[in-house]
Design a binder for this molecule. Structure first.
Ligand SMILES: NC(=O)c1ccc[n+]([C@@H]2O[C@H](COP(=O)([O-])OP(=O)(O)OC[C@H]3O[C@@H](n4cnc5c(N)ncnc54)[C@H](O)[C@@H]3O)[C@@H](O)[C@H]2O)c1
Length: 323
């Protein structure tokens, strides 16, 4: 990576911004960030935006000419720009443009400009409700019911076919439930941890919809950033990897840990589930990433939730001061 030129689509986002912090440790010559800030922010990149290595381009990956300018001459691409799962469901046409058409344009450009390797952000959503737990990468994707999951799977397969047809090197990473500082705290699709932190701040009862038995595999954002670097540097191509913590945590348990790290004695309130959640379990089988990428998550949920909480309360304090 040293002295190389790297494009990070979606680099002002949650995962992208941590990835760039990691990349900067490897002394690249130039990092281009292409982000339209639909969800990302200048705040996310404030610690490195003025670094001379960084070239921040505020723009849309749907703008084919701009995308071409960004790809021309780079050695590596990390493709993290995407719409969220609910945003795709709310507007599948936009989902198509961002997740499918732009990813296609990107793959074409990577071949045209002889990009050496692409690291593609995929998702555990490709499995839907998986068949096996822990879930290996070989589980089939036929249980996926979402546009988002289908788009991520299509992206994986697109890069696979471009590897086969044109020799484009790539690795796809299926992230499980990523959490950490810079998670969206007040957007339309705010995650449950942030809603619970809001409750802890306000001293109101955190709500659990259903019985709280739904499980997820929470992986800390800095670990995900490290997995991206491992995927780039490993002598591996045309492979897909689960990136999770390998620990299954129920929502009820998650709330207990979050309350405990914040010394809170709030008592949760249970409400009827108002939507059907077709994915009641998530647990990554991490062995392939450990073996081939030499990547192993290093941050336990308790430590990660503590860091998330510290960041959240600091951010709220700053917001209160500026109001
Ligand atoms: N966060 C998770 O738990 C999770 C889980 C699985 C997969 N992923 C995938 O990881 C990647 C990064 O996710 P994240 O959590 O950092 O989300 P994020 O929304 O914070 O980051 C995505 C970034 O892409 C940008 N973007 C969106 N549409 C764009 C467009 N048309 N042109 C330019 N930029 C655009 C957004 O502004 C944002 O900064 C995504 O591909 C996502 O699907 C995330």
């Amino acid at each position: 990576m040293t002295n190389s030129s790297i494009l990070v689509t979606g680099g002002a986002g949650f995962i992208g911004s941590f990835l760039i912090e990691e990349l900067l440790q490897h002394s690249p010559a130039r990092i281009i960030i292409l982000d339209n800030l639909i969800r990302g922010s200048l705040d996310n990149i404030s610690s490195f935006k003025d670094n001379p290595t960084i070239d921040f381009v505020e723009g849309d990956i749907r703008d084919a000419a701009l995308l071409e300018k960004c790809v021309a001459g780079v050695d590596y691409v990390f493709h993290t720009a995407a719409l969220r799962i609910n945003a795709c469901a709310a507007d599948p046409a936009a989902g198509f443009e961002v997740m499918l058409k732009s990813t296609f344009n990107l793959a074409e450009l990577c071949v045209k400009y002889k990009v050496k390797k692409v690291v593609y952000s995929s998702s555990a959503s490709v499995y839907g409700l998986a068949q096996h737990f822990p879930t290996p990468e070989t589980d089939n994707p036929y249980n996926n019911q979402t546009f988002y999951g289908s788009a991520k799977l299509w992206g994986e397969q697109l890069f696979r076919s471009y590897n086969f047809m044109y020799g484009l090197d790539y690795v796809a990473l299926r992230y499980f439930n990523v959490y950490g500082p810079r998670m969206d705290t007040d957007g339309k699709y705010t995650e449950v941890m942030i809603r619970w932190l809001d409750c802890i701040k306000d001293g109101t009862a955190p709500l659990i919809y259903g019985d709280g038995s739904t499980t997820m595999d929470f992986v800390y954002v800095r670990d995900v950033a490290k997995a991206n670097i491992a995927a780039l540097v490993a002598d591996v191509t045309d492979e897909t990897f689960n990136i999770g913590n390998g620990r299954e945590t129920s929502l009820k348990e998650l709330l207990e840990i979050l309350l405990s790290v914040n010394d809170s004695d709030l008592v949760p309130e249970f409400r009827d589930e108002n939507t059907v959640n077709p994915v009641s379990r998530r647990l990554a089988d991490n062995r392939k990433a450990v073996q081939l990428l030499k990547f192993e998550p290093s941050i336990a949920l308790e430590k990660g939730l503590k860091e998330l909480s510290e960041w959240y309360f600091e951010k709220k304090k700053l917001t209160a001061v500026s109001i």
